[in-house]
Design a protein around this ligand. Structure first.
Ligand code: COA
Ligand code: ZN
Length: 303
């Protein structure tokens, strides 16, 4: 039996939040439906953030309501604070993605808090979510390097991870928000975390700003990480992190994992259809690197 790796598509959130043009909730649901149709069942569907801060994410409640009509899945939404948590919970979200920070500079730019304040808010959200039966993923942004404060101390990130895993988060995800990590750093930090906590509740989130996205996924896989965020058609970036390119493309990550012999439960041909749709809907999604090669290759397999 092939070992399972979970791919969580964050395109409808991390991807779309950086698009100049907003997709309406129906279009976002169309994209989510297409991704889900490939068998991919972990999807971050939006964020409950201030519409002044990120106008294109408005209507997340309508997106969540629309999920009722789709195949069941592990649908999550990002929250920046307690207000976001309450809005997400009341909309029916069962898994929230809470953001922690590797630096003060990024915490201030993103949520107008210090790093420690954001940690304290997160701890409070975990308490509330535990009482409400809502699952919590803690993603630490700028886990390797911050565009404002520079390189981040891996020891600090490991300490934050230990603390939040202890507090009971369902998963702790390292996010290379601006795509500045290299595979050696990724291998070192993921090895430390896997040695200390096992891989079960860990994950990684890479951006492909400088073509190291897949190399970083591979380094993390080698350390035992079995959960990756990726974005359909490589959509993405962060509006508050200058220089951040799109996420590593879901279709590229799935191809890599399948070729390494892992089971993802995802049909690549259907995933490419979702990638085409993401490109059509946005007009800007780069489309990953694998698609041009995969399409004729898959057509031959199906002959
Ligand atoms: N969702 C919707 N509205 C929210 C909110 C949330 N999660 N949190 C706060 N608000 C509203 C408040 O009710 C208030 O509304 P009002 O002006 O009508 O009274 C307003 O936003 C300002 O609230 P305040 O607590 O002073 O927030 P702020 O101006 O310091 O902004 C955040 C802080 C966290 C709300 C904002 O920076 C944000 O949403 N950031 C998200 C950034 C993001 O998504 N980054 C990318 C993903 S990592
Ligand atoms: Zn990201």
């Amino acid at each position: 039996m092939a070992e399972i790796v979970i791919v969580n598509d964050v395109g409808p959130r991390d991807g779309l939040q950086n698009q100049p043009q907003a997709l309406d909730p129906q279009q976002r649901l169309q994209l989510i439906t297409a991704i889900r149709a490939s068998g991919l069942d972990h999807i971050e569907v939006g964020s409950f953030v201030s519409p002044k801060a990120v106008p294109v994410m408005a209507g997340a409640d309508a997106v969540v309501a629309g999920l009722q009509g789709l195949a069941s899945g592990n649908y999550s939404a990002l929250i920046p604070n307690l207000r976001g948590y309450e809005l997400a919970r009341d909309a029916g979200v069962k898994t929230v993605v809470m953001v922690l920070y590797g630096s003060d500079g990024m915490a201030r730019k993103n949520v107008n808090m210090s790093r420690e304040e954001a940690d304290a808010v997160a701890a409070r959200i975990i308490e509330q979510a535990t009482a409400d039966g809502v699952a919590v993923i803690a993603t630490i942004g700028v886990a390797f390097e911050c565009p404002f404060d520079g390189p981040v101390d891996p020891g600090l990130v490991a300490d934050v991870g230990a603390r939040f895993l202890q507090l009971g988060v369902d998963r702790f995800v390292l996010a290379d928000t601006i795509g500045a990590a290299n595979p050696q750093q990724v291998r070192d930090l993921t090895r430390t975390l896997v040695d200390r906590h096992g891989a079960q509740r860990l994950g990684c989130h890479f951006h492909d700003t400088r073509a190291l996205g897949l190399a970083n996924v591979y380094a993390a896989v080698e350390s035992g990480i079995r959960y990756f965020d990726a974005s359909i058609a490589g959509l993405g970036g962060c509006p508050f992190a200058p220089g951040a390119g799109g996420n590593v493309a879901t279709e590229d990550v799935v191809m890599l994992l399948q070729q390494l012999g892992f089971a993802t439960g995802i049909d690549l041909q259907q995933l490419l259809a979702a990638s085409d749709l993401a490109q059509t809907l946005t007009g800007t999604a780069p489309g990953g690197r694998a698609k041009a090669w995969l399409k004729p290759w898959l057509a031959k397999q199906h002959q």
